[in-house]
Design a protein around this ligand. Structure first.
Ligand SMILES: Cc1cc2nc3c(=O)[nH]c(=O)nc-3n(C[C@H](O)[C@H](O)[C@H](O)COP(=O)(O)OP(=O)(O)OC[C@H]3O[C@@H](n4cnc5c(N)ncnc54)[C@H](O)[C@@H]3O)c2cc1C
Length: 355
């Protein structure tokens, strides 16, 4: 059986981002790489969005970028400018195509469907397949979104809606998210933060249909794309092994309070590329302990007081946009953290330390 210097298990966002980073920095000229991916073919299946707080390799896969967004709770709307850190949406279809075209050029890179097809005994492994133990207490961000095309021009494509809490909460945290790609095309998503044990939350199609009709007031439209997912708001199991590193969601790259993962994956890929020659002795790359601690408290509050969360999110965005975006994107300094913390209901958060 064939052997490879490096093996990437899972050719999704993290696996392909890492392969691209290694390839474009000529780290695979004299090394071999096997990518193990089970999917039959690559097609658009996700829309990765984030505030661009750091450079990345995929500006040419950006479907749309915004400098303004809104967040609302019943009867209150906050309009926020984000010129310094525009919000970008990446089309996964373009991302897969760009990377796969690049990787095909190097004969040192091979694709397999099953790890049993190769000998991994002497390889360094990067795994993006998470090990998730079922636990009914775990929180998830679960959602479904549709891209619709309308007959008439219905959207203001200059501003997207990050969170619309003016909807049924069902003893949980629920909001809609709308990304207008043009005047007549938008991604409309229903998102829940919950333990996923209430099946009534999963009637996503009906929720979206009602929202489009009653809130967006759109009657004439066609669904041209659909995506669905569940992001764990906890860290998957991570077994320390000498010749293996977990990447992506499996590697703890999700910011647990928000679900944002894409840019962390890019930073992790860069870190691995910079240390690839001595990767088995390099320090583990993680989201800083400060954010792990703050997110843990945040999620305890969310678990205990789901009804308070819409106000908490809304108030968080009443600090300067730069501060809140930096905080949510792991780039804030001590004073910025403090500004955010001061916007939180103090006793609720202090009590959460002892739950
Ligand atoms: C629909 C959706 C939308 C999201 N939107 C955002 C967003 O807007 N912003 C953001 O920051 N994050 C977002 N996320 C979170 C996160 O960025 C993505 O989940 C991202 O794809 C994680 O990358 P990954 O490589 O860890 O996982 P994936 O991209 O899922 O890649 C894992 C790969 O492993 C393959 N695989 C599975 N089992 C095996 C196996 N046994 N052997 C080999 N291969 C296997 C899968 O087919 C898949 O291709 C979203 C997640 C989802 C699901």
């Amino acid at each position: 059986m064939k052997e490879f210097d490096y093996v990437i298990i899972g050719g999704g966002c993290a696996g392909l981002s890492l392969a691209y980073e290694l390839e474009t920095h000529e780290k695979l000229k004299n090394k071999t790489l096997a990518i193990i991916e089970t999917r039959p073919d690559y097609k658009r299946d996700k829309t990765w969005s984030f505030w661009k707080v750091a450079p990345h390799n995929f500006d040419d896969c950006v479907k749309k970028s915004w400098e303004n967004f809104s967040i609302n709770i019943p009867n209150k709307t906050n309009h926020i400018e984000c010129k310094d850190y525009p919000y970008q949406s990446i089309d996964s279809g373009l991302f897969y195509e760009k990377i796969n075209n690049k990787l095909k050029e190097n004969r040192n890179i091979s694709f397999f469907k099953n790890i049993e097809e190769i000998n991994t005994k002497n390889s360094f492994i990067f795994s993006s397949v998470p090990i998730i133990k079922k636990n009914h207490l775990n929180l998830w961000q679960h959602f479904c979104g549709v891209e619709i095309e309308t007959k008439n021009n219905c959207f203001d494509e200059q501003i997207f809606n990050l969170m619309d809490f003016d909807c049924e909460q069902r003893d949980s945290v629920h909001f809609f998210y709308t990304l207008p790609f043009s005047k007549n095309k938008a991604l409309v998503e229903t998102t829940w933060l919950s333990k996923m044990n209430d099946n009534s939350q999963k009637d996503y199609d009906q929720q979206i249909k009602d929202y489009i009709k009653n809130h967006l007031k759109i009657k004439d439209y066609e669904i041209i794309y659909k995506e669905e997912g569940a992001i764990p708001l906890f860290y998957p199991l991570y077994k320390k092994e000498k010749n293996k590193i977990n990447i992506g969601t499996a590697g703890g790259m999700t910011r647990l309070s928000t679900g944002y993962t894409f840019l962390n994956i890019q930073e992790h890929s860069k870190y691995i590329r910079e240390n690839i020659e001595n990767i088995s002795n390099s320090k583990r790359f993680e989201i800083s302990k400060k954010y792990q601690f703050l997110d843990d408290i945040f999620l305890r509050v969310l678990n205990k007081h789901p009804k308070k969360m819409s106000n908490i999110f809304f108030n968080m965005f009443r600090t300067s946009p730069k501060t809140v975006i930096k905080f949510l994107s792991n780039k804030s300094n001590f004073f910025e953290d403090l500004k955010i913390i001061l916007k939180m209901p103090k006793w609720t958060f202090i009590k959460a330390l002892f739950y």
